[in-house]
Design a protein around this ligand. Structure first.
Ligand SMILES: Nc1ncnc2c1ncn2[C@@H]1O[C@H](COP(=O)(O)OP(=O)(O)OP(=O)(O)O)[C@@H](O)[C@H]1O
Length: 815
């Protein structure tokens, strides 16, 4: 097993660097992405004291404690727990601001000041309000939890709970982003009023095409749905909203019939049966779908819980005891709980929705057995449309509701159905064997898909996001690290995902990048589930975070504004490439996907381009002047990595030997002679000194921003001087005028480093990317034409030479 990556060489190492202005035309960067703008002015003021400060990278992401993750998952009202931490500090600041405002009023500040102050006052007030609300919500949640855990719920308690819920609803109204008349499109769909409010709160003005296409069939006509649309198109709510609509309609019916009161009085109001079971192929996706649905069900009193492997089973059993209506999980853990007789999961007769998300992935090897077992547990769906469920278990009463037949939703980013699938379904011709889940058709049929299912296929030839810009860099296998480091340190701005196909490559890469002072997160199948969830949360938490992940991360994960996706290794299939690239350019934002192509990747790459019908692709512009500096650092990092790995492997095997000996009650004796021991000691000392030296050298290099070979400290380029640079120059000249004349004393030896804001990969590509033909057939044709031309030329030359020789010979003979 590979050792854990070693820590970075020096904690003081600046995490990431910025370009510097240099002589020549390369100072592009006049256009800046919006997000960087906020930091510009503060960075400029920092520069005079410590020019390198402005070069420091982005802020670290919030590191969620496990308990926090758990709380966020399992909130009663379905909403994620809002950030109420460090409230004291912030409140303190707010109070200070308030005082300041008061003083400002008294001092009768100028107009501009007043505007700023009143804006601040508004902000402060909003902030306080939000905090009060959060505190209140927390209290309510705690109270509800306590009440629910009590076995004897009294009428008073129930009334209290209702009051608190009412006040939450009031809060809900306060949080609305959109006005009532802005959500006309949802009303047209006849979405439940409470869901419309939820959409207003989420700021979702209108349904996405897949939601619009699925909702009427699923919610109003009660049909099964097979849905396919590009990644990031809102598939979660496409199946989520019909589920919530029906649950809310049934709640409404029940309360109209006065049954809710009855149930509440006997304390079983929250003991609802399982109504929707959503299966996802990965744990991360399950958590994401769950969080997304929780967002939508906030204030609705519908519980959604995630059931995934890798987390405590006891805790999940406790969660299921709360009888959540919606369970989102992965087949493995769900089946584990079902097969051990979990009562809530066993009540599948009450199930109204069975959902398979990312179904194409689900049918890949690995999930077969559990998926098959779960599907076999499902009651048959061909009962009557309206069946009354009265089943009771020994200890619980299932509310008597008119439960319609179960609906099946199968969603995916790609749709691999035969042209006559619907006909086959209708005629009952899709008759998979009991164990056949190898295709979407067989899976859909086995899951109970009915013949009148709605098939919504919004995929088209190019299912990659519209605003995605794809490009590639041609390099040797060995240079992939260098290219990657170049992108991250020269351009790297914004959230980035680096995809590897193998865990070994991921480990190597993340270790090297960390040694180079780039703080990367990792996510792969051999990590502990909690660690994976933490890394996802940290990735979400910072807008400059970098994730190195394997393909498990490629599907369905939804992050705000991932700016760049880098394919360090090419995926094995076009499908995975689409999913990987689809992590960026979501929600109509632009994004960039860069593939690193080594000679051994070429054939695969051309096939991929062909299957995506791409004739030309842009080449990412790499400024080779940076490469010597990149290679310097990389060579040091590789040496450090090699030594550290060797050391940690030795330590691991030594401690294993010791542990084994101890467990057998043996004393470990070394067979080494005294001389060998001394020799070994000396060698270790020398290695450690060498390691230290390497680390020191690297950390010295990392203290300076990466410079191109042609960089001159004496001259500034006139063109393309960015706003940040202009401000820094202004500051610099001011500080010189203000009497820090000592700088002039020794002009030759002193220089000032000026931070240039970086341009992100997408912008670099747009500025100077070059289109290259990636159609292998065309390339072959071109090569053949060129070859023919060369051959012809060669023959022509040969003929001329021959002719000349003959002419000479003839001339000689004549003489
Ligand atoms: N109607 C809407 N309006 C605006 N944003 C929406 C709407 N519906 C969903 N979203 C947002 O779009 C993003 C993508 O949604 P979702 O994760 O459901 O996409 P997806 O199709 O499942 O993607 P993937 O195939 O990658 O899983 C989410 O952040 C979600 O909040």
């Amino acid at each position: 097993m590979a050792a854990e990556p070693p820590p970075p060489p020096d904690p003081s190492t600046p995490p990431r660097e910025s370009n510097r202005i240099r002589k020549g035309k390369k100072s592009r960067g006049a256009k800046r992405p919006k997000r960087a703008a906020a930091s510009t002015s503060s960075a400029a003021t920092m520069m005079v004291e410590d020019p390198f400060l402005v070069l420091a990278g982005g802020k670290e992401g919030g590191f969620l404690e496990l308990e926090e993750i758990d709380e966020a998952d399992f909130g009663i009202f379905g909403g994620a727990v809002e950030d109420v931490g460090d409230g004291d500090n912030k409140t303190g600041k707010d109070q200070k601001k308030k005082k300041k405002r008061k003083r400002g009023d008294d001092d009768l500040a100028g107009d501009g000041d007043l505007v700023v102050e009143s804006e601040e006052a508004d902000k402060g007030e909003k902030c306080l309000k939000r905090k009060r609300r959060n505190r209140k919500k927390r209290k309510v949640k705690e109270k509800v939890k306590i009440l629910e855990s009590k076995e004897d719920v009294t009428d008073d308690n129930v009334e209290d709970m209702q009051d608190e819920k009412d006040s939450m609803e009031q809060d809900n109204n306060d949080e609305l982003i959109l006005g009532e008349d802005e959500v006309y499109a949802w009303k047209e769909l006849r979405l439940h009023p409470l869901l419309i409010t939820a959409m207003r709160r989420l700021g979702f003005k209108e349904p996405t095409p897949i939601q619009k296409a699925c909702f009427p069939a699923a919610a109003h006509q009660g049909k099964d749905v097979i849905g396919a649309a590009e990644t990031g198109s809102g598939k979660t709510l496409a199946f989520g909203l019909p589920i919530l609509q029906r649950l809310l309609e049934e709640q409404g019916k029940a309360s109209r019939l006065g049954r809710e009161d009855e149930n509440t009085a006997d304390g079983s109001s929250r003991e609802s049966p399982l109504r929707a079971l959503i299966l996802t192929p990965t744990r991360e996706l399950a958590k994401q779908v769950c969080d997304h649905l929780k967002e939508a069900t906030k204030f609705l009193g519908i519980q959604v819980v995630p059931i995934v492997g890798g987390l405590s089973m006891e805790k999940q059993e406790r969660l299921l005891k709360r009888k959540p209506e919606i369970v989102v999980g992965t087949p493995g853990r769900l089946w584990e709980l079902m097969s051990t007789g979990n009562q809530h999961l066993a009540k599948l007769h009450s199930l109204s929705f069975f959902v398979l998300d990312e179904a194409d992935r689900m049918i890949e090897r690995g999930h077969f057995h559990e998926l098959q077992s779960i599907i076999e547990m499902l009651p048959l769906t061909n009962g009557s449309d309206e069946q009354t469920v009265r089943t009771t278990s020994s200890c619980e009463t299932v509310p008597i509701l008119q439960i319609k037949k179960r609906q099946t939703f199968v969603f995916s980013a790609t749709l691999a159905l035969s042209a006559n699938f619907r006909k086959k379904l209708k005629r009952g011709l899709v008759t998979p064997k009991a164990s056949d889940l190898s295709s979407m058709e067989a899976l859909s049929k086995q899951a109970g898909m009915k013949p009148n299912a709605e098939i919504v296929d919004l995929t088209n030839a190019s299912i990659l996001p519209e605003k995605l810009e794809e490009c590639f860099i041609e390099c040797s296998d060995d240079d992939k690290d260098a290219c990657l480091y170049y992108i991250l340190s020269v351009h790297g701005q914004g959230r980035t995902i680096i995809f590897c196909t193998s865990i070994a490559a991921l480990r190597h890469l993340s270790s090297i990048l960390r040694i180079l002072g780039i703080n990367v997160l990792t996510n792969h199948a051999q990590m502990q589930q909690r660690a994976r969830m933490k890394s996802v949360d940290r990735f979400r938490g910072s807008e400059n975070s970098i994730m190195v992940a394997t393909d498990g991360f490629a599907r369905g994960m939804d992050f705000d504004d991932v700016r760049t996706v880098i394919h360090y290794q090419l995926p094995h299939s076009t499908d995975v490439y689409i999913h990987r690239s689809g992590r960026t350019a979501r929600k109509s934002l632009a994004g960039c996907s860069i593939a690193l192509i080594s000679p051994s990747d070429k054939a695969k790459f051309y096939t991929l381009c062909k299957s995506l019908s791409k004739e030309n692709l842009q080449q990412f512009p790499v400024d080779h002047a940076y490469m010597p500096a990149v290679m310097n650092r990389l060579n040091l990092a590789r040496q450090i990595d090699k030594i550290s790995r060797k050391n940690s492997q030795e330590n691991a095997s030594k401690s294993w030997l010791q542990r084994s000996a101890e467990s057998m009650g043996l004393v470990l004796e070394t067979s080494d002679s005294e001389e060998e021991r001394v020799q070994g000691h000396k060698q270790r000392k020398a290695t450690s000194a060498h390691l230290q030296k390497l680390q020191q050298d690297l950390s010295e290099l990392l203290q300076h921003p990466l410079q191109p070979k042609t960089f001159s400290r004496r001259y500034l380029a006139g063109a393309g001087v960015s706003l940040l640079l202009q401000k820094q120059l202004e500051e610099l000249s001011k500080s010189n005028v203000n009497g820090t004349g000592s700088a002039n004393e020794n002009k030759g030896s002193r220089f000032v480093v000026i931070g240039q804001d970086r341009i992100e990969p997408l912008q670099a590509l747009q500025n100077s990317g070059q289109e290259v033909c990636v159609n292998i057939d065309k390339q072959r044709e071109k090569r053949r034409v060129a070859e023919n031309w060369r051959r012809k030329k060669h023959q022509e030359k040969k003929r001329t030479r021959e002719q000349k020789r003959k002419d000479k010979k003839k001339a000689k003979e004549r003489d």
